[in-house]
Design a protein around this ligand. Structure first.
Ligand code: SAM
Length: 437
């Protein structure tokens, strides 16, 4: 197994980790109140290991920790928030972020099972469609939570993993049997044409300013000049996997800028009237850059597995009771089937009892998924779109990519026990693509 470091940028003063802590809100999933959550204050992360079935000891632990669940994420984040990034450079910034994610509580990971299983199965479907067996490349592979690394190493001569968080990639190798590890290549590098240079420019802008408003003004100038460059240099691949990466790409430099200004001037980036525009500019750039990369990497007979978190919720709460009643009424058959409730009146209290380890994680996950789907049906506005899906589709088509089969969607219950207080789930959508003949 070869590990290659492609150092992108060295920085004098670095913020610590991407922004991951959500603001606390008081309201109920089924009896919600209007809140208007901030657009990007939640985490998209991944666990170290796949969740398993709870044993009795673990169930006791889960019961005890259930009460703490709302605060647990924050507690786990604190050490990483307080500690400066170890090591130097861009990789240290990404590794510190991976460290936060690796600290996710085991009971939270229990709810990730169905996302992980679905994702791994879809990646193997995509691998079956690939015309060759030489190279599989996984972009943003991180901990490889939702990637079937062992199976891919078994099927392809060469498995190239790419991420700026080298430590998480090393950890992910535990999944791969020893006799297959010689096929795996780790590349610690930027998958974009712009993130490294952008972070250097952010440093330059903030270090060279004497006030927050000057720093914001200079960040605005950077935004105006942002352009996608040549795609990152990686081997032509029979299978290209990009899973839960694209929506993250803009978050890292945005969080970096936010922390740089906060550290130097004590000013929140949200006080800048162009902060939303800055973030949207980064998203647009990331989409353009990433689609170009995917199209440039895939072999003519190859296949791209692309999936991402396209929306998250609930980020807004419905006003009044009509929506709540409608959701409760429609949830009854599923809650009865799952043994959680017997009548519409019981659905609200059944929701209150979720995350107290009274039911199996599978039943609770099914209940959360049902409720989220119902809210999405009755009020898509309760969810925040995370990617400009239309733009992504159009650019892919312009660059010669077409769908192989129908897209699929599923829920990733990232932090379901927090859903009553804040957003905690993501809608994942997957497309399998190939080059048009
Ligand atoms: C949500 S995680 C992906 C999860 C991963 N697919 C898994 O199975 O565990 C996003 C990953 O993208 C990586 N990443 C984000 N921006 C990157 C960039 N510009 N270059 C390389 N890696 C990047 C992060 O380090 C992180 O590991």
């Amino acid at each position: 197994m070869a590990v290659k470091h492609h150092s992108v940028a060295r920085m004098r003063r670095r913020p610590r980790i991407p922004e991951r802590v959500g603001r606390r809100r008081r309201h109920c999933l089924v009896a919600p109140r209007a809140t208007g959550l901030d657009a990007r204050d939640d985490a998209t992360g991944h666990p170290v290991e796949a969740p398993g079935v709870l044993g009795s000891g673990q169930r006791r632990q889960r019961t005890a920790t259930a009460r703490l669940s709302a605060n647990l994420g924050l507690l786990l984040l604190l050490p990483a928030l307080l500690a400066p990034a170890s090591g130097q450079g861009l990789e240290a910034f990404f590794e510190a972020s991976g460290q936060v994610v690796r600290g996710t509580a085991p009971e939270t990971r229990l709810y990730w099972r169905s996302h992980i299983d679905t994702s791994r199965a879809r990646i193997l479907q995509a691998a079956n469609l690939a015309g060759g067996r030489r190279v599989a490349t996984v972009l943003g592979s991180g901990l490889g939570m939702e990637i079937p690394l062992a199976e891919l190493a078994g099927r392809f001569d060469r498995l190239v993993l790419v991420d700026l968080d080298g430590r998480s990639m090393l950890r992910s190798l535990d999944q791969v049997p020893r006799h297959l590890r010689s096929r795996v290549e780790l590349k610690v590098m930027d998958v974009t044409s712009f993130a490294g240079a952008l972070i250097e420019s952010i440093d330059h802008a903030v270090d060279g300013s004497s006030s927050a408003s000057e720093a914001f003004q200079r960040l605005g100038l950077i935004l105006d000049e942002l352009r996608a460059g040549d795609p990152a240099q990686l081997p032509p691949s029979d299978l290209v996997v990009s899973s839960l990466l694209l929506s993250e790409i803009p978050r890292y430099p945005f969080s970096y800028a936010a922390q740089a200004v906060e550290t130097r001037f004590g000013a929140a980036i949200r006080t800048w009237d162009r902060s939303d525009e800055f973030f949207r500019g980064l998203v647009a750039l990331a989409v353009e850059d990433h689609v170009r990369l995917l199209a440039s990497l895939v072999e003519p007979e190859g296949v791209i597995y692309f999936s991402d978190t396209v929306a998250r919720g609930l980020v807004r709460r419905p006003q009044g009771e009509a929506v709540q009643r409608s959701v409760e009424a429609r949830a009854v058959p599923d809650f009865v089937r799952l043994g959680l409730a017997g009548s519409p009146a019981e659905v609200a209290s059944a929701v209150d009892r979720l995350c107290r380890a009274e039911h199996s994680p599978a039943a609770e996950s099914a209940a959360f998924e049902r409720i989220l789907s119902l809210y999405r049906d009755v009020g898509p506005e309760f969810f925040e779109p995370l990617l400009p899906v239309g733009r992504l589709r159009d650019r892919s088509a312009q660059l010669g990519l077409e769908l192989r089969g129908s897209p699929e969607s599923w829920w990733w219950l990232a932090y379901p026990c927090r859903i009553r207080a804040e957003s905690g789930a993501f809608l994942v959508t997957n497309w399998i693509l190939g080059l048009r003949n």
